[in-house]
Write a protein that binds this ligand. Sequence first.
Ligand code: NI
Length: 257
Amino acid sequence: MRVWVVPMMLLLGAWSVAAVPVGPPVDPETRAERLAALRPQWPASGFPLPPAPREVDCAKVKCVALTFDDGPGDHTGELLDTLAEHRARATFFVVGRMVEENGGGDLRRMVAEGHELGNHSWSHAQLTGLSKEGIRSELRRTQKIVKRETGVRMVLMRPPYGATDRRVAEESRRQGLAQILWSVDTQDWLDRDTSVVLRRAVRAAPGSIVLMHDIHRTTVEAVPELLKGLADKKYTIVTLSELYGKAPALGRRHTRR
Ligand code: NI
């Protein structure tokens, strides 16, 4: 018995000594751990609360609003990780049908992480081709599902294809929505090429609204370099409400600050 106990203790002792790290300390943080620490928590029941508003005055500092349309999709979570790592806030123009299909998890995370939500219609219909009732229902259904999933009443809309007219403007105003277009078009739906998307997006000037789509992997993969490029040029990445400093005026079409 004694013969066994001693070697076992020696063995355990040797093992525990070997487990103590030697040499220079290594950074134990993996990307997953860093992201987990950044991720806000909210009660399983009830809605996420947005973080405190930031003190950013886009009349004084260089701001760019990045906007992502047509989601939520398969790559939205990865994009949210990237934005969180860079402490960048963006605006997501969501399609109601995509929220219905993919659930509200990504949207709740957007709210909790300070991003802004906008209405991009229910079915990505060209609104100018619809009846008044058609336009109303496309916008209203999306308002409803986003409210149900996040508690947020959206105040921004972007007409699919940028197609708008007097009737779309009227209905938007009636539903309390400002129309937001863009000033920098990355055409990322056409060119599924990360370096092309990056080159176009990085051309943003102060006050620009950049149009991108989080449903494309190539776009989401361009965002880390884009955020670095814009940070090098001393830009702050803001939501549309931060860009305007208040909710943009209803009815009017907005393409930049
Ligand atoms: Ni779209």
